[in-house]
Write a protein that binds this ligand. Structure first.
Ligand code: KIV
Ligand code: ZN
Length: 379
């Protein structure tokens, strides 16, 4: 029996914080509906106290979707929590996500506070949030650099105060996968009431390790993972939804499942990229332009013999229409012959050898040879 991992999407909150990625309320509703169709379990819709526009977006998203839980962010401040609670009034399933810094670096430099004061503030924030909703998530900001025993005390205290989910974020993308995995395990082993809440993971990609860290968190017991489409987010971004979901799907032997309809990944990735004016890098895993494109001769030959030789995912499974073979100076005869046949041209070997020589001359100057070039070449 597979274990269910809950997908918490924060594209519209942590993702939307990126300069230039801001969306109108109407655009956010469009994205939220697509996320619902994709099958995410929780949509973090915004940070209501931050602006009237963000407040309105949370209200409208709460009205527009029915299946996923709609979550609103707040700091551990009563006014923030009131705004989040108010914005979620129309949500079928509403969650307040409140929290505060947990590392000594944050406690000292950001809050000018002490561990004990942070504990008190966390407890009263969770209790206050419970006046609005039954589902309260607490985030221990910068948990990646926090003292582990303090993190356990904080986790135990907020669960006792009524938190249903505790988020252990690697806010600065500092941790290594082993280290982050051990942190999650330590919390499971040392917080006596841990089974009363879901442990959530939220990783940033400053060292390019967000996906690896999230998988380590899941393998050590976390059952909610916080992600964004295309990995957009502060600085180097957040964990990519599509990467975690496909890693769990490809590695069935790990025994985890999500509720994501993976055939919607590519269309939703495109929608988010276009609406947020944030291009997806060509070699981005799963959804990048080159994720299913084969360009070197050895790979093209192997792929044409059997797709499984060079593809671990069927492109249809993620909504990509088909794999592609890019004809460049690195391509071999097999790829050229295949492309020509798709265009309706069949040649005997000596003729194909002649065309191949001329193809290489052209590819050396053109970098990528397209169908129009090929037709001119054979004419
Ligand atoms: O990275 C982080 O710590 C956050 C929290 C607000 C959850 O985004
Ligand atoms: Zn974050």
């Amino acid at each position: 029996m597979s274990q269910r991992v809950y997908i918490f999407d924060t594209t519209l909150r942590d993702g939307e914080q990126v300069p230039g990625c801001q969306l109108t309320t109407e655009e956010k509703v469009v994205v939220a509906k697509e996320l619902e169709r994709l099958g995410v379990d929780i949509i973090e819709a915004g940070f209501p106290v931050s602006s009237p526009g963000d407040f309105r977006s949370v209200v409208e998203i709460a009205k527009a979707v029915s299946k996923p839980t709609v979550c609103a962010l707040s700091r551990a401040k009563l006014d923030d929590i009131d705004a989040a609670g108010e914005a979620l009034k129309h949500a079928k399933h509403g969650r307040i996500h409140t929290g505060i810094g947990s590392s000594d670096i944050h406690i000292r430099n950001k809050f000018n506070s002490t561990r004990n004061q942070i504990l008190e503030q966390a407890i009263s924030a969770v209790k206050h949030a419970r006046n609005y909703v039954d589902d309260v998530e607490f985030y221990a900001e910068d948990a990646g650099r926090a003292d582990l025993d303090f993190l356990c005390r904080l986790t135990e205290a907020v669960i006792r105060a009524g938190a249903t989910v505790v988020n252990i974020p690697d806010t600065t993308g500092y941790c290594l996968p082993d280290e982050y995995g051990r942190k999650i395990k330590y919390i499971y082993d040392n917080v006596p009431n841990v089974d009363k809440a879901t442990i959530s993971i939220h990783c940033h990609n400053d060292l390019g390790l967000a996906t690896a860290n999230s998988l380590a968190g899941i393998m050590n017991g976390a059952r909610q993972v916080e992600v964004t489409m295309n990995g957009i987010g502060e600085r180097a971004g957040n964990t990519s939804l599509e990467e975690v979901v496909m890693a769990l799907k490809v590695h069935k032997e790990l025994g985890y499942e999500t509720g994501i309809d993976t055939t919607r990944l590519f269309p939703v990735s495109n929608l988010v990229s276009q609406m947020m004016r944030m291009p997806v890098q060509a070699n981005k895993a799963i959804v990048g332009r080159n994720a299913f494109a084969h360009s070197s001769g050895i790979h093209q030959d192997g792929f044409l013999k059997h797709a499984e030789n060079y593809e671990i995912i069927n492109p249809h499974d993620v909504g990509v229409p088909k794999s592609s073979i890019i004809l460049t100076a690195r391509s071999g005869r097999h790829a050229l012959k295949h492309r020509l046949e798709l265009l309706g041209y069949r040649y005997d070997k000596p003729t194909l050898d002649g065309i191949y020589k001329r193809f290489l001359d052209l590819a050396d100057v053109k970098k990528e040879v397209n169908d129009k070039d090929l037709m001119e070449l054979v004419r």
